[in-house]
Design a protein around this ligand. Sequence first.
Ligand code: PLP
Length: 401
Amino acid sequence: MKDQRLRQRLAERHAAHLYRRPRMAEGPSTPHRVVDGRPVLSFCSNDYLGLASHPQVIAAFKQGAEQYGVGSGAAHLVNGHTRAHQALEEELADFVGRERALLFSTGYMANLGVIGALVGRGDAVFEDRLNHASLLDGGLLSGARFKRYPHADANALAGLLAESGAGERLVVTDGVFSMDGDLAPLPALATLAHQHDAWLMVDDAHGLGVLGARGRGTVEHFGLGAMEVPVLMGTLGKALGTAGAFVAGDADLIEWLIQAARPYIYTTAMPAALAEATRASLHLVDEEPWRREHLRTLITRFRAGAEQLGLRLMPSDTPIQPILVGDAGEALGLSQRLWDAGIQVTAIRPPTVPQGTARLRVTFSAAHSLQDLDILLTALCKFRNLWHSSPSGGEPCKSIE
Ligand SMILES: *Cc1c(COP(=O)(O)O)cnc(C)c1O
């Protein structure tokens, strides 16, 4: 019977330690909060700048709700597109230095929308193996030939592009990879895309607001512009602390997306109040650069401290700081130990990451204090002997900084 088969599938997930369930949090997404009924210190939010509960963002949201109500009532192309949406699109375009920008209700939808609008049957899409699920899904759904290249391997991509006889060609990459925290080799990808007359699309969900001297993201970090990266996607739910996403590019690209991107056309516009809140966030990225600087300090100190403890870090210079554990069961056990000690750090296991590379994924936010960091390092020190791959005999515990 179909009910039994479904129950069987759930049981299999359980048995394989792959069962997932959401924990329930109280209050805003801040480092210190109550989760599943107990106070914890969290290192797993993408609210990198701590803007999700910033008073100015909340005030703009409230004011937006007063002015526009809650629901937008319709899709952008019907009558859901307000002055607030228009202003945010213009400010986002300015922010990233592109002619135009277009709002989407989520990053997932933006990715499905852009890829599907740019390529289809007879075309080809080239994706980094470690791209975000929404980019992979977008590539598969588009109907274009789907080619994956090894992680960050521009040479492999060059080979694939050279042998491709497809019509339109689209190269798609994360700017910052969400499970590793490393950066795509954007200058090399941009050169290749240019040589082969292919589109280059960068999903900068984790770079926007965080990287680059002015927080413009991975593209700014590498000193690239609209010529090199013609299709730039960013999300609003991470460093900007709100929700939704946008795609930025030249006027023709945006006009084409309005005509052809189905997740833009066939969905209700985000609430105008959310657009107002996001405008406040954008201003704060410029007005409170200390948030980015403090994040830098946390990252640098964490890496120094973790290396002192003999932990295996990954080559990441971003707020995503995975600690390699290897075995999935061990990673889960460590995450549980930390949880028992009142610290929330997610264990990431296959199939999200390759076999044998299970890890603890630590993310930092400007809302973390240096004391929060010390608490984490002290706990990691205490538990490091529990994992076999950890070299024993590092420094003795405590006295971190
Ligand atoms: C979070 C994320 C998305 C999805 O964005 P949402 O707005 O949460 O749907 C897309 N791409 C990357 C790389 C992400 O990290």
